[in-house]
Design a protein around this ligand. Structure first.
Ligand code: 13P
Length: 270
């Protein structure tokens, strides 16, 4: 399975000029004419999306939005929102959804995320769906129960589409081709704390089995790990066949550390 290394820039950098500097360093390192074995993707802030995707157009690096509107996949009276169609028009081919910072600061619910996922797929965007437990839930050994609840959005989407008479094969293909799960324990995000590789492996296995149980025709889903991944610990995660890549926050804001993480995932996954 191909590995994925995705940089989630969050609300960074503060200016387009700084975003361009970071981008140029990444493009220069990737401009050797050959594709890395692992697929790279960048998720800049919405305001930088068009410029970043235009610059990445003839490279092997994909562009993602960090979020899309729940209310309409196209246009409408939703002040402050950007739709799936608008981000696709700006050059994104993927979107992150359900990041814990959106769940926390924007109270994103099951219903909201179901609508967002549906809007993304309607506009043929891929979805990097983030899930993960808080420190309190981890301490109370509730991780799998929390993940069950969060993953139920995918099951609901499948049910919805099948009820709307979408052919089963099309439905399953959409998920197979356009859905990636990112397991990001909330307590590991930006803290420097990471679960052990064995813990991540067990959780990824659980996620893969849970998604597979939603439909018998679903192939194995890609599951990335996110939360304090850096140049020093990336090779530990990359060595595991259960970990299909990384969703990187802080360390994606420096070309050197992001590329070191990408390199860690290059040789071991084919
Ligand atoms: P950090 O890599 O900064 O911990 O952030 C992870 C994350 O939230 C990526 O989406």
């Amino acid at each position: 399975m191909q590995a994925w290394v995705i940089g989630n820039w969050k609300q960074n950098p503060a200016t387009l000029s700084e975003a361009n500097t970071l981008l140029e360093a990444l493009v220069a390192a990737n401009d050797k004419g050959t594709q890395q074995q692992c697929q790279l993707m960048l998720a800049p802030s919405c305001i930088h999306l068009a410029a970043v995707s235009a610059r990445l157009q003839d490279t092997f690096i994909l562009t993602a939005a960090q979020d899309i509107s729940a209310h309409s996949d196209s246009s409408g009276a939703y002040t402050g929102d950007c739709s799936a169609r608008q981000v696709a028009d700006a050059g994104a081919t993927w979107t992150i959804l359900g990041h814990s910072e959106r769940r926390q600061y924007h109270q994103e619910s099951h219903e909201t995320l179901l609508n967002k996922m549906s809007n993304a797929f309607t506009q043929r965007l891929g979805v990097v769906f983030c899930i993960g437990e808080t420190q309190a839930q981890y301490d109370a050994k509730q991780t799998f129960a929390v993940l069950d609840e969060q993953l139920s959005v995918i099951k609901a989407l499948l049910t919805q589409r099948l009820e709307q008479s979408e052919p089963q094969s099309e439905c399953v293909n959409t998920l197979a081709e356009r859905l990636i799960i990112a397991y990001e324990p909330v307590w590991a995000i930006g803290t420097g704390k990471v679960p052990t590789v064995m813990e991540v492996e067990a959780t990824h296995q659980y996620i893969k089995e849970t998604v597979a149980s939603f439909h018998k025709a679903l192939p194995a889903i890609t599951v990335l790990y996110g939360g304090s991944v850096n140049a020093d610990n990336a090779s530990d995660f990359a060595a595991s066949s259960m970990i299909d890549g990384a969703l990187v926050g802080g360390a994606s804001l420096k070309a050197e550390s992001f590329l070191a993480i990408a390199n860690a995932f290059n040789p071991v996954k084919g």
